[in-house]
Design a protein around this ligand. Structure first.
Ligand SMILES: [Zn+2]
Length: 191
């Protein structure tokens, strides 16, 4: 790591002095590294400006899913959901991240029933009562990415499907309790 004085301005571009910004964190990181821990590099440490950018992107991402939640139901095709995601994302100034990614033809992934993930929206997939669907929205705004997905139960679903969706949600929440400073991404999966 580049040598930097306490009173120099911080490498992160915040405009603050190093001692008032990343110094304490990096001293801690150095201590952990000496103890043999794996610690993040500077490239992984987000600046407050970057975190603000990610949050702005996430606001659009969530608004798009809220729009889908308010309109989804039996008789809707997954192509219609794709159009909603495209329209709402661009209306809010964002770009749907999946569109054109490695040739992906649509703006969202829609995975119905036993499709695990990354389903491609289609005019031929019409949602019906009893279906479950995962809608996975990824958004780019001002160069910042955000990504979240939700499960939707269409009308009344079988007890088996209901249990699957509820259990997966519980597992997600248990995983999220492991999100904390100095935790590993793998802690979430393990939980
Ligand atoms: Zn800093």
């Amino acid at each position: 790591m580049q040598k930097i004085g306490r009173n120099d301005s911080c490498w992160c571009g915040s405009g603050k002095k190093y001692k008032d910004c990343h110094m304490e964190l990096e001293e801690k990181l150095t201590r952990f590294r000496r103890q043999g821990a794996i610690v993040p590099t500077r490239a992984l440490l987000k600046t407050s400006e970057q975190i603000r950018g990610i949050k702005e992107s996430a606001r659009i991402n969530v608004a798009v899913l809220d729009y889908v939640a308010a309109h989804i139901g039996p008789g809707i095709t997954t192509a219609q959901i794709d159009l909603w995601v495209y329209e709402q994302t661009t209306r809010l100034g964002g770009i749907p991240a999946p569109l054109g990614y490695n040739g992906f033809p649509r703006s969202v992934c829609t995975s119905v029933n036993d499709q695990v993930c990354h389903g491609i929206p289609s005019e031929n997939d019409i949602l019906k009562e009893g279906d479950i669907i995962n809608i996975d929205v990824s958004t780019i705004y001002n160069g910042y990415f955000s990504d979240s997905s939700r499960m939707f139960c269409i009308g009344a679903v079988s007890p088996e499907k209901k249990r699957l969706v509820d259990t997966a949600k519980q597992c997600l929440e248990i995983g999220l309790t492991e999100v904390r400073p100095w935790g590993f991404l793998g802690d979430m999966g393990q939980a």
